[in-house]
Design a protein around this ligand. Structure first.
Ligand code: SF4
Length: 394
């Protein structure tokens, strides 16, 4: 596999304050103690995708360049690419509703989380030059999906209906003639488990899951005979394991020990970066900070799940998108409703405070650095002069 040099990518999004925090793990600024986990921010797959875009820009200058949709789930990075002249075919940064006619002169980037089978076929038909930045970690569940289908298993996806990666996986299942059902969390998995255990609970399954959680012509009575589980790469790893255990118990209940081997498969497809970031966040939350701030795009699945890491420890966790979210009230994503809400009095006004941070795999250090500086300012403190300027490109 070709390797890409991400040095320039890292340099263009570098921030001296974040570098210092990455090296030292903590920093005291007056009454404020800042805690940083061992792993956070840009992952290998994001580095690679952005380096591939940069390389194509250098090699294919003067050719029209398009992104199929967001390259990664971070609005600042996507806007940055648009400012460099790359246009968007879909999503909030697309111009107008009509799809432009593309041809051999056009270059189209496939995002790190892959694309639907039909979209890829359309692009190939149009004869465009495809630069596929799909992360190899995303290909892992695709390969496992195809194996399950070959062996006659229905694919159970622990993922989010509508998320780009899960949409791509679902389209692969349909195109391969398989069946799938998507469960978002343990609660939905419980509903699926009950439908497996007692056929009388099958009717509740449709009601409890998202309307688009099932493949076309999914038959609950027949399509749950043999199931194989995969995960969207960025889900909460502890929840994925609990879902695997619950569904295994359901098959055991229905088919007994003798039937398990023939009816159940489970394969962990959470990516390494997601796992490392969640493990590191778990450790920092154990240090009992007053607040846990997680920075990343609203639609970034791995950021959403990082913010859930603090739930068990009872630490108030806020998923925010950038420095503009930080004020007397903090603007953040509510984890149960998904709404963007504001919370007042989120930062103790006086006395010693400990704030832990993390950032999603698609969050540039420049944005995290701006958030940390804003919170230092909100706490009424000042950073040393070598760390207080942004010096950033986004
Ligand atoms: S979060 Fe994981 S799957 Fe997604 S781009 Fe990064 S390494 Fe790849």
């Amino acid at each position: 596999m070709k390797t890409f040099d991400a040095t320039e990518v890292r340099r263009s999004y570098a921030d001296p304050l974040v570098e210092r925090l990455r090296e030292e793990g903590s920093l005291c600024v007056g009454r404020l103690s800042i805690l940083m986990p061992m792993n956070f921010g840009f992952c290998w797959g994001v580095d690679r995708a952005l380096a591939m875009v940069e390389e194509a820009r250098q090699e294919k200058q003067n050719r029209p360049m398009w992104l199929l949709s967001s390259i990664i789930h971070n609005p600042f990075v996507n806007k940055d690419l648009r400012e460099k002249g790359i246009r968007f075919l879909n999503g909030p940064l697309a111009e107008g509703n009509a799809q432009p006619a593309l041809g051999p002169d056009d270059v189209v980037f496939i995002p790190a989380f892959s694309a639907e089978v039909e979209e890829m076929a359309r692009l190939e038909e149009e004869g465009v030059t495809i630069v596929d930045t799909t992360c190899p970690w995303v290909i892992k569940p695709h390969k496992r999906t195809e194996k399950y289908i070959r062996e006659g298993f229905t694919v159970v996806i622990h993922g989010t209906v509508g998320h780009d990666e899960t949409r791509a996986t679902c389209s692969l299942v349909e195109a391969s003639g398989g069946k799938y059902v998507v469960v978002h969390d343990l609660e939905e998995a419980e509903s699926l488990a009950r439908a497996i255990e007692e056929s009388s609970s099958a009717k509740d399954l449709r009601a409890n899951l998202h309307a688009e959680a099932f493949s076309s012509s999914f038959d609950i009575q027949n399509d749950l005979t043999r199931i194989g589980i995969i995960n969207q790469t960025t889900m909460l790893a502890t929840e994925s394991r609990a879902i695997g255990d619950r569904l295994k118990a359901a098959i055991l209940c229905r088919d007994g020990e003798a039937g398990l081997e023939g009816a159940f498969r489970d394969f962990d497809t959470i990516c390494r970066a997601t796992q490392d970031n969640q493990d590191a966040a778990g450790k920092v939350v154990k240090e009992s900070p007053d607040v846990f701030v997680v920075v990343g795009g609203w639609d970034s699945s791995n950021t959403r799940n990082l913010a859930r890491v603090g739930d068990g420890g009872g630490v108030p966790a806020f998923h925010i998108e950038g420095p503009e979210c930080v004020d007397d009230a903090i603007r953040h994503r509510d984890r149960s409703s998904g709404e963007i809400i504001e919370t007042e009095n989120w930062l103790p006004p006086e006395g010693a405070i400990k704030v832990a941070f993390s950032a999603g795999a698609s969050t540039p250090d420049t944005i995290l650095g701006k958030v940390v500086r804003r919170i230092v300012e909100m706490a009424g403190e000042r950073l040393p002069s070598d760390l207080d300027g942004s010096g950033t490109s986004v």
